[in-house]
Design a protein around this ligand. Structure first.
Ligand code: ATP
Ligand code: MG
Ligand code: FE
Length: 336
């Protein structure tokens, strides 16, 4: 079974071919970061235009990398949402055209289901499991009792973790996307600045990062007013420590309550070295739970993860109609 995945929800035009939902045959990602950098974030109009320009080239490149023919592809899986509507539409329309032209099933996939299924390209998924999703637009704990079942047990009430990283990076005059720069700086500094941790109500699995973000911005401004400078590496280290502590402790709490067999890390912030190391240390000591962390290239947006998630739907015989539309607010709980 060969599934072609297409992903255009944000600023990566990506196409991949995955065999049996587990094995990557081709994985092409055309990033637009250079075009958005000077605006300090993703500009939707520019993103859509780049997707239009890149789409067919990236599809051809994936087929070439796989040394395959379209007649060998069994289905087209595409990110249906959430994301930027104009960006999603380019991928959805390309997928519809391919599915129609080659008379194969079209499968709409939830972008976050894709991030979670990146882990299936690493190892077999064992249920029940818990996924810690930390990306540019999402921070959530997702409980899965089986394939295709997603229960969000906690989520951010304001900023996503990646969003907080990017905003803090901006305050420190670091380029977009700021996550990797803060990560690098954090390892050069000491976490000696007192910053808040948002635990919220006792037992809550929800997150909140806007207070932390504001505390960082205030610390910089207050120092400026006093004519002082806070070492950016110490600020980065303190910020990162707060984010990691909350993510790790809430995940541990949920692992115990839900008695899961596996914990899957997912989303762009899963590329964070500090987070990866801390989780590895903590889960090393827990005997009955296996921690899975995808390689960096599968943490940030890619289409192999979309094909992997799509293959489960394909096996279940679930497909989308040719009326499939981009859905920027798609809900993961009702999507199977
Ligand atoms: P979503 O998946 O929620 O729709 P998205 O697709 O834009 O959002 P991803 O591509 O999954 O997000 O992740 C991008 C985010 O990951 C950015 O906010 C970026 O700063 C962050 N990120 C990438 N690498 C690191 C890192 N090493 N440390 C922290 N954050 C990182
Ligand atoms: Mg991106
Ligand atoms: Fe993403």
């Amino acid at each position: 079974q060969y599934i072609m995945g297409i992903e255009t929800s944000c600023d990566e035009t990506a196409v991949a071919i995955v065999k049996n939902g587990r094995e990557i045959i081709a994985n092409v990602v055309a990033s637009q970061i250079e075009s958005h950098k000077r605006f300090g974030g993703v500009v939707p109009e520019i993103a859509s235009r780049h997707h239009v320009e890149q789409m067919t080239l990236v599809i051809e490149e994936a087929i070439k990398q796989a040394e395959m023919d379209f007649s060998q592809i069994d289905a087209i899986a595409v990110t249906e949402g959430p994301g930027l509507v104009g960006a999603l539409l380019i991928g959805v329309n390309a997928a519809k055209a391919l599915a129609f032209a080659h008379n194969i099933p079209l499968i709409g996939v939830h972008h976050i289901a894709g991030h979670i299924y990146a882990n299936r390209l690493v190892t077999e998924m064992k249920f029940p499991l818990l996924s810690l999703v930390v990306s540019g637009g999402h921070t959530e704990l997702v409980y899965m009792k089986e394939h295709g079942h997603f229960e969000v047990i906690g989520e951010t009430r304001d900023d996503a973790a990646g969003e907080a990283y990017d905003k803090v990076a901006r305050t420190l005059n670091l380029p977009y996307p700021g996550g990797p720069h803060i990560d690098r700086l954090a390892h050069e500094g000491t976490p000696n600045i007192n910053l808040p941790r948002a635990w919220l109500e006792e037992g809550s699995y929800d997150f909140s990062f806007s207070g932390l973000k504001s505390a960082v911005i205030n610390a910089v401004h207050n120092a400026e007013q006093r004519g002082e400078v806070i070492a950016p590496e110490d600020l980065a280290a303190s910020f990162q420590e707060s984010v990691i502590e909350v993510l790790t402790k809430k995940t541990l709490l949920a692992v115990k309550e839900y008695e899961v067999k596996q914990v899957l890390l997912a989303g762009g912030v899963a590329a964070n070295k500090g987070l990866r190391t801390t989780l590895e240390q903590v889960f090393n000591e827990l005997e009955d739970v296996e921690l899975v962390i995808p390689p960096l290239s599968l943490c940030t947006d890619n289409a192999a993860m979309i094909a992997a998630a799509g293959s489960i739907l394909f096996e279940k015989g679930i497909k989308s109609s040719m009326a499939l539309n981009a859905n920027p607010g798609l809900d993961i709980a009702i999507h199977n």
